[in-house]
Design a protein around this ligand. Structure first.
Ligand code: GDP
Length: 424
């Protein structure tokens, strides 16, 4: 494989869970810094090495390689979860070299309670939040009502802020949502000051470090979620609170606009968790097969993921939004048992053919996919290391994707293991 260029952003092109964690882990070998720049611990990644499954939700996937890890300002941190991940790696004998930006916002217990209360109130219209408080944390961040990492390590400031904020939050939980709450300032304060003490040593200006080192170090930006979970350009409101497209790296890290490369991670089929439109969804045995063979159950939520055929109009939109320079196609092996495989190549929208996801959600829901059918290869491909050795049907499937998108596929992942890849 001709070396990929850095700085490089790894971006999910679908609804998340594309297998970005494995790709970041692979590319982290060549990188110096791995940066998380969006989302919170609602974005889980899995990296498999031998018999060990590393499940990460806040530490960048490069953790497994002992690289320098940076958490930039737009990430929100649940400190208990982060400390648990750090302890997990320390116990495995892997030292964590971490820097956290002081502007990072902290997920507080009242965010989680408000999250649960809102979902309950929405009933059938619930967005499928995991009650981790991420959306509420971002809401406070934007309202300038958040607790930043800087506050967490300054007990006096923290206490003052918390006293004011908690009063309002408790009223919201009890009087607006009519729910009970056990939250007290004493409990929260004690726990969070303790977290602050433990995390203090990781404080550092991530924006400054990246600005200084961008030309000297190989920097990998690890995107969380996926393009269609983007808070603006995704399938709103079944989305996250953040941008997930490549351009978000600049404000989310604190970096001036310039050329950064981007690699789109494309799962060889499509999945999504929770509600919302999904044109190529399968409701039959084939969808169930993808779910079981692909292990399509949420890393964090354990919820079964909805499965369907690859949807090229979506990937075309993702490509336009993030300007992918490269592609990685993942989980190709999951399709190996199917006699026939389809790719959605366009949508029929009220009798008119369209080639990208429409911006109006009311129209997206009405899109009928138009398929091209491919012959399946029905062979195990997980041990194959060279493109030429793939069954010709699998080659045709990949070539079609590459030709349609006009972007080179650089990695094909054919198994969950770190070594199960084909480099092109
Ligand atoms: P991410 O959030 O995009 O990193 O994706 P997840 O980690 O949630 O989901 C990807 C899952 O698929 C993980 O369990 C990976 O171990 C697994 N995985 C990644 N690549 C492959 C692959 O090529 N084949 C198979 N069978 N599993 C894979």
């Amino acid at each position: 494989m001709k070396a990929l260029q850095f700085p490089l952003a790894i971006i999910g092109s679908q609804w998340g869970d594309e297998g970005k964690g494995k790709i970041v882990d692979l590319l982290a070998e060549k990188a110096d810094f791995i940066v998380r720049f969006n989302g919170g611990n609602n974005a889980g990644h899995t990296v498999v090495i031998g018999n060990t499954k590393f499940k990460l939700s806040l530490l960048p996937s490069g953790a497994v390689r002992g690289k320098k890890l940076l958490i930039a300002q737009a990430v929100v941190i649940d400190p208990a979860v982060l400390l648990e991940e750090i302890d997990f790696f320390n116990k495995k004998g892997i030292k964590i070299d971490l820097m956290i930006d002081p502007r990072v916002n902290i997920v507080m217990p009242y965010h989680k309670e408000l999250d649960a209360a809102t979902e309950k109130w929405k009933g059938k219209k619930a967005t499928g939040s995991l009650h981790l408080g991420i959306g509420y944390c971002y809401e406070d961040k934007n309202n300038r009502f958040g607790i930043r990492f800087e506050d967490l390590i300054n007990p006096k400031v923290f206490q003052e802020k918390l006293a004011l904020i908690l009063l309002l939050k408790k009223r919201q939980i009890t009087m607006v949502f009519g729910q009970k709450t056990q939250l007290t300032i004493e409990n929260i304060y004690q726990d969070y000051v303790h977290y602050g003490k433990r995390l203090k040593k990781y404080l550092g200006d991530v924006s400054l470090l990246i600005g200084e080192q961008l030309k000297h170090k190989k920097i990998l930006f690890e995107g969380a979620h996926g393009t269609f979970l983007d808070g603006i350009f995704g399938t709103y409101p079944f989305t996250t609170a953040v941008y997930t497209i490549a351009g978000s790296v600049f404000p989310y890290v604190g970096l001036a606009p310039q050329k950064i490369y981007s690699l789109g991670v494309v799962k060889a089929y499509t999945t999504r968790v929770g509600n919302g439109p999904f044109p190529t969804e399968l409701f039959d045995r084939q969808g169930k097969q993808m779910q079981i063979i692909g292990g399509e159950f949420g890393t964090v939520s354990k919820r079964p993921r909805r499965c369907g055929w690859l949807d090229l109009p979506m990937i075309k939109t993702a490509t336009r939004l993030s300007g992918f320079d490269y592609l990685a196609v993942t989980k190709l092996d999951v399709l190996s048992k199917l006699p026939e495989i389809k790719i959605g190549i366009g949508y029929n929208l009220k009798g008119k053919m369209i080639s990208e996801a429409p911006s109006l959600m009311s129209l997206f829901e009405q899109c009928q996919p138009v398929y091209k059918t491919f012959k399946g290869w029905q062979k195990n491909i997980s041990q194959i290391k060279k493109f030429e050795n793939l069954p010709k049907e699998a080659q045709a499937y990949l070539k079609f994707i590459e030709n349609e998108l006009k972007i080179p596929i650089k990695i094909v992942s054919v198994g969950a293991e770190r070594g199960d890849n084909i480099f092109l």
